[in-house]
Design a binder for this molecule. Structure first.
Ligand SMILES: NC(=O)c1ccc[n+]([C@@H]2O[C@H](COP(=O)([O-])OP(=O)(O)OC[C@H]3O[C@@H](n4cnc5c(N)ncnc54)[C@H](OP(=O)(O)O)[C@@H]3O)[C@@H](O)[C@H]2O)c1
Length: 332
């Protein structure tokens, strides 16, 4: 496993990090908590020492499971969590309506006032049973709070020693520039996969110029790029994946066809599609780390092997030529 420095901070993350959204169950049709703890333990034992979670993932559940799995191993791991997404209060900007793990209707809000950032930090520390967070990130931009107020709260927490570094998620180039006026951001966490490369236009160049780390989320497009999901896949109730553009026709068929064309590259490198795709992700310009979600130790063990694979330039060029032929409509 390779470890890389996150921007100008002194936090080093594993190039493949454990993504802990699915284990919270919310928007993933539930999850098995025992398996989840074993999955994180396997990740840490195998060198995937960075774990990305958030309070809203299962409404505290994901952070609690992370806390359980890291007990006695705190110094070995880097805890990346988030703030500013509310399910228990209607404050800030309404984001979307959802249902919690018990089927109850809830409204999600984005809110990152100074007071809220500080109280969210204390709640996350409590749930994970630790006294510091390695990377504390705003989960989504909050248009109701001035950016510098949120950034100053991060600086305050860092000065207090409660967080080692502060970052953002889902920030545009312009928001990054605005935030940069009041705080040294360590990173931006953004969606990036072989089939979703929108950040290459301006976010990646900006982050590279300004030494801001990039954490690529949903690199397997939530499981689709493993090749296991076909038309008519039996998703659990509450799993939001079939409603997303990549899982809808004609995108789904186009992506499955693309995967068939690159499968020989995986095979000749003795890799699965998931391993090839994760390896490709961590070798793209500006990408510090890929957050790979997993529900079980088996998925972790498969994904982790992607970090050490060596793919030739020729194979990467072939993948890019096939990607150039792929058509995806992200608006359906
Ligand atoms: N900041 C944000 O707004 C934001 C948004 C999204 C994600 N994230 C972060 O990024 C992380 C990763 O993204 P993600 O979880 O959305 O998607 P992902 O990493 O692209 O996909 C993860 C899912 O794919 C399936 N999978 C993983 N490895 C597999 C394997 N080897 N074989 C078969 N199936 C496999 C599992 O689901 P199944 O077994 O159910 O198929 C797993 O939960 C998240 O966990 C979260 O930490 C952040």
């Amino acid at each position: 496993m390779e470890y890389r420095k996150l921007g100008k901070s002194d936090v080093e993350v594993s190039v493949l990090a454990f993504g802990a959204w699915a284990i919270g169950g919310w928007m993933w049709g539930g999850a098995d908590s025992r398996q989840a703890v074993h999955a994180i333990e396997a990740a840490i034992d195998l060198g995937m020492t960075s774990i990305d979670t958030a309070p809203v993932y299962g409404f505290g559940l994901s952070e609690e499971l992370v806390g359980k799995a890291i007990r006695g191993k705190r110094e070995k791991v880097q805890l990346l969590t988030k703030f500013g997404m509310l399910w228990n209060e209607k404050k800030g900007k309404f984001f979307f309506a959802s249902v919690d793990n018990s089927g109850k209707n809830i409204d999600i809000y984005r809110y990152a006032s100074r007071e809220r950032v500080i109280s969210d930090c204390d709640e996350s520390l409590r749930r994970m049973g630790t006294d510091y967070i390695d990377l504390f990130q705003i989960h989504w931009p909050d248009p109701t709070t001035p950016v510098d107020e949120t950034m100053e709260a991060l600086a305050f927490l860092q000065q207090k020693g409660k967080i080692r570094a502060g970052g953002v998620c889902n920030y545009s180039r312009d928001l990054l520039a605005e935030a940069g006026n009041s705080y040294h951001l360590a990173s931006n966490q953004v969606p990036y996969s072989m089939v979703n490369r929108q950040i290459e236009k301006d976010v990646v160049p900006y982050c590279m110029e300004n030494n801001i780390g990039i954490l690529a989320y949903s690199p397997l497009q939530r499981g689709l790029l493993t090749g296991k999901i076909r038309s008519g896949h039996p998703f659990n109730e509450g799993d939001s994946r079939p409603g997303t553009p990549y899982y809808k026709e004609p995108n789904l068929s186009n992506i499955l066809h693309f995967l068939e064309t690159i499968k020989p590259v995986a095979e000749r490198n003795h890799l699965t599609l998931a391993q090839l795709i994760l390896n490709w992700t961590i070798h793209q310009p500006g990408i510090t780390c890929a957050l790979a979600g997993a529900r079980s130790p088996e998925q972790v063990k498969e994904n982790i092997k992607a970090a050490d694979a060596r793919i030739s330039e020729e194979d990467f060029q072939f993948i890019h030529s096939e990607l150039n032929k792929l058509t995806i409509d992200p608006s359906i």
